[in-house]
Design a protein around this ligand. Sequence first.
Ligand code: GDP
Ligand code: IMO
Ligand code: MG
Length: 426
Amino acid sequence: MPATIVVGTQWGDEGKGKFTDLVAKEMKLVVRYQGGHNAGHTLVVDGETFALQLVPSGVLYNHTIPVIGNGVVVDPKVLISEMDMLESKGVDCSSLVVSGNAHLIMPYHQELDALHERQLGDAKLGTTKRGIGPAYADKAMRVGLRVQDLLDPKIFTEKLQVALDYTNKVLTQVFGQPAVDGDEIAANYLNEYAPRIIPHIGDAVSIVHDALEAGNEVLLEGAQATFLDLDHGTYPFVTSSNPVAGGACTGAGIGPRHIDRIIGIAKAYVTRVGAGPFPTELFDEIGDHLVDVGREYGTNTGRRRRPGWLDAVMLRHAVRVNSLSELAITKLDVLDQLEKLKVCVAYEIDGQRVTQLPYHQSELHRATAIYEELPGWKSDITAATSLSELPQQAADYLAFLEQQIGVPIRLVGVGPGREQFLDRHA
Ligand code: GDP
Ligand code: IMO
Ligand code: MG
């Protein structure tokens, strides 16, 4: 059976968690393929809210096996507390598999993340300070520790020593900080975390392929989003992994031939946390309204998200780099009270009208949005369960987006709850 990817198409927090949970209803496996606990995926089921950082959003179903793929960076302390949180809410995590090839986030990664940000001063990226960048940097430098190293204390301590020989020089000689104590880290990781993580360590690649070969459906859940992608995002204001659909192949260990459905998730407006260009950003009362009604504060860090109008130029680019087969629109209900809605259909850059995303970052910084204005619907759509229950203006808004973006819009979110969605094709 083929695999499906859920991928963010903007700057994160589009509602990937909710839609992963929704689509997971038909899946045997749900695999997180990249990122780490910089992610915050919120699910609201029967009035109860679950904020997930590492555990895949399919965990709430008994029939799905949640898998943390090799492309993820895992802070074992965070993973243990997330499993404890889920268990305390009655969610069974015993089937969770963590790829032995996933890399470990170490305490010095978090320290380096904060030090790099401080070093950048006004040019800081606004990272989540979870150690994501330094952990992926160590992976690329080939001095990272992997989840499988928790299985062998000798290997773990040898690799830690190699990593610290370098990292302690950076900490002491570049940043003037005290060296970190390898014995203390080893004690925490091997004595405290390893006993809890080891029962979950597995061969995620084989598990995924066995499921596909047995005719089961596999869902690949992305964190972050297209414009936070290390290669395709607004570099350097990006994360250090590949959230795009291609990253699902490397981060889960499957080839593109296995994938037949790629669902891009887009909010009906745009938000961004942290620094970087944002052509449709709003600094007025409409922006405040979107933040208030959409509760746009980070699940993870509590930071206010920067709001803006929906940007079709970005979405057209996301369709290309992810080969999206469809788009899901979330948080349509957040627009309920607005008189007029704007959608950015092109940019003006140096007097030229541009309909595709410029590759040159300076042009994006100079871009001003060209909008089309549509009427709002001024009514509550949170109970709508089918297209026919939407006001005409809301249905027209979706049809306009579909025509602008060029792929079908099927699933539409009308509230945070699991049941608050409609399928335009149903
Ligand atoms: P993710 O990181 O992409 O999984 O998204 P987050 O969970 O960080 O942020 C999305 C927020 O919007 C969460 O609080 C969700 O509960 C909420 N949400 C998701 N879909 C909808 C929707 O259709 N309407 C509304 N009002 N809220 C939604
Ligand atoms: P989910 O999966 C929104 C942003 C940070 C920062 C940049 C780099 O919930 O959509 P990092 O800590 O990754 O080095 O930070 O990326 N960022 C996110 N923004 N949602 C996320 O995840 C994010 N994960 C990272 O704010 O601008
Ligand atoms: Mg989020």
